[in-house]
Write a protein that binds this ligand. Structure first.
Ligand SMILES: Cc1cc2nc3c(=O)[nH]c(=O)nc-3n(C[C@H](O)[C@H](O)[C@H](O)COP(=O)(O)O)c2cc1C
Length: 154
């Protein structure tokens, strides 16, 4: 399975740890959206997209990337994020917007992964931040487990 993982990780490189773990589990090509251009998606069977959550959503650059893609024919995708608060199904459903955009572009979402990440935004800095040390070993193990499970979906 030829996989491309694209990420943005601007706050503490929390999401980068998850992206690296996923890329290594899938032997995927890894692209930091802030450092490199996006390769042609046509060359890949599965696309992973993720970032930290900034004011309730993925990095604008990730969302813009999807907005600017041509329509796909059921190309498989996964989404991932790290956030200060837990991702929820109703409240804090941080992955929702990115998933909707991907579906509108003709992608099939075959999985999503979220975990908490060290957060020192605003006043949190004054108290030493939230989720110090996250993502931790358990989070990375969960990310690797999630990613390996994708082999069954593809
Ligand atoms: C500008 C900014 C806004 C943020 N907004 C949210 C938010 O709305 N909800 C949340 O749970 N975490 C929020 N966070 C915390 C980040 O989602 C969290 O620290 C994440 O792990 C950062 O990932 P990164 O290190 O890969 O950038 C915010 C952080 C920053 C810097």
């Amino acid at each position: 399975m030829n996989t491309l993982i694209i990420y943005s990780s601007r706050h503490h490189k929390n999401t980068e740890k998850i992206a690296r773990t996923m890329a290594s589990a899938l032997n995927a090509q890894l692209v930091n959206l802030n450092e490199a251009d996006t390769p042609a998606l046509a060359d890949y069977d599965l696309i992973g997209l993720g970032s930290g959550i900034y004011w309730g959503k993925h990095d604008r650059r990730i969302l813009n990337l999807v907005d600017n893609l041509p329509l796909q024919n059921n190309k498989k995708a996964i989404v991932f994020s790290t956030s200060g608060l837990n991702e929820g199904r109703v409240l804090n459903n941080f992955n929702k917007r990115l998933k909707r955009k991907l579906r509108e572009k003709g992608f099939t979402i075959i999985g999503e992964f979220s975990c908490r990440g060290f957060d020192t935004v605003g006043p949190l800095k004054l108290i030493g931040g939230l989720n110090k040390g996250r993502p931790d070993e358990n989070d990375l193990e969960a990310a690797a487990h999630f990613t390996k499970g994708l082999w069954d979906e593809c």
